[in-house]
Design a protein around this ligand. Structure first.
Ligand SMILES: Cc1ncc(COP(=O)(O)O)c(C=O)c1O
Length: 386
């Protein structure tokens, strides 16, 4: 499907690619030079050598110091993107037939990481503020019957994206975070918190992470993909000390370690508060693009029963089509009109809502936004009337 949506001439709101305008090319050029020539030949050679599975120590220290709760660098593992963090969590925590809880909807890449371990993935009801804590309690019950099968033990974890979620763009309120962490702790349910978008807020930073409220009950995943560049394939995982040896074993089996050179270059780029200067430029760009998309939606969808949310950050917004419509069936018509999106059904563990779709507002330019949304509105009108 992505191949179709990436055809030349198509305005794509489908991909989850950060805007390449935000990649700090000069900072990387300087940092590469410093890593290779700035510290003498031994340091240059070390940057090209095999290295520790935990990650480059100064980068682990930077991660620990950057988080708003007390984290030891020994609890940090540098991963090959946060996607690898999801894979390692799946390998260590999931067994065939065990239950895993996810939000409704949730990140497709997490469903893909969990599925090979053959768990029973159960969607927890969610609203504009995130996970429905009462529904969670039911889905986390020790014995749960879904369809023909029964899982005889509680879930291994709840996977949750509190900030500018992929795919919906929604964020959890402070009250919901507090309630979720309290309920999860009370029933002994581990949380896997994925936070690649938390720094991409428009006007106000989101409330503190779930993990900050109960570090012993959570695994936290972060990423350099959205604040520096995704091609680096660097992310990180923060986990309770007791589980680190198992996660390290899985990491060693997967790829020994994340690229030494990339880690040292990133550690060099991050020196002297680089992100404090760089990330505000990404926020400003994405905010402009989001507002352009929202304004085009207001104009072009007038008179249609189409709903959407207004995110406070991140890269995505979530659209619900008029009653009776199906986003997967709409896609070929939209592509005919020159615009692409991702049908929402890809993001559900169960009970998909066929009316939903995801729009990315960061890859297309502000100029393309009006044209693309107008094309989408034309496709909806044609399909709806059909
Ligand atoms: C919610 C979420 N988690 C994890 C990832 C993976 O990011 P990366 O592996 O580039 O760090 C993505 C990428 O789009 C994402 O949206």
């Amino acid at each position: 499907m992505l191949k179709v949506t990436e055809k030349p001439g198509i305005i794509s709101f489908a991909g989850g690619l950060p805007s390449p305008q935000t990649f700090p090319i000069e900072a990387f050029a300087d940092a590469c030079e410093k890593v290779l020539r700035g510290g003498g030949v031994d340091s240059a050679r070390a940057s090209l050598q095999y290295a520790a599975s935990e990650g480059y120590r100064p980068l682990c220290e930077w991660v620990a110091a950057s988080l708003p709760w007390d984290v030891s660098p020994d609890q940090v593992m540098i991963t090959t993107g946060s996607q690898q963090g999801l894979d390692l969590v799946a390998k260590v925590l999931i067994d065939e037939g065990s239950r895993v809880l996810v939000e409704t909807p949730t990140y497709l890449g997490a469903l893909q990481a969990f599925t090979p371990m053959e768990p029973q993935i159960v969607g927890v009801a969610s609203d504009a503020e995130g996970v429905d804590v009462d529904d969670l309690e039911g889905k986390a019950a020790p014995t749960l019957r879904t369809g023909a099968s029964v899982t005889p033990e509680g879930p291994r974890f709840l996977y949750v994206l509190p900030n500018f979620q992929n795919p919906t763009g929604r964020s959890m309120s402070e009250a919901r975070r507090a309630a979720l962490v309290a309920r999860a702790a009370a029933i002994g349910l581990p949380l896997v918190e994925d936070n690649p978008y938390g720094d991409l807020w428009f006007d106000h930073p989101p409330p503190p992470p779930l993990t900050a409220r109960n570090p012993e009950g959570c695994i936290y995943l972060g990423s350099f993909s959205k604040v520096l560049a995704p091609g680096l394939r660097l992310g990180f995982m923060v986990a309770p000390k007791a589980i680190m040896p198992k996660l390290l074993q899985a990491k060693q089996a997967a790829d020994l370690h994340s690229p030494s050179f990339n880690q040292r270059v990133v550690a060099e780029v991050l020196k002297d508060g680089f992100l404090d200067r760089h990330v505000p430029t990404i926020r400003a760009l994405y905010k402009r693009q989001c507002h352009a998309m929202l304004s085009a939606l207001r104009t072009e969808m007038a008179g249609l029963d189409v709903q959407w949310n207004e995110p406070d950050g991140g890269m995505f917004l979530w659209v619900r089509l008029p009653e009776g419509m199906n986003a997967t069936e709409l896609l070929p018509k939209a592509v005919e009109h020159g615009v692409a999106f991702v049908p929402g059904s890809a993001f559900y563990a169960d009970h998909a809502d066929p009316r939903t779709l995801r729009l990315s507002f960061v890859t297309a330019t502000v100029e393309q936004m009006g044209v693309g949304i107008a094309a989408l509105a034309r496709a909806i009108r044609e399909q709806h009337g059909a």
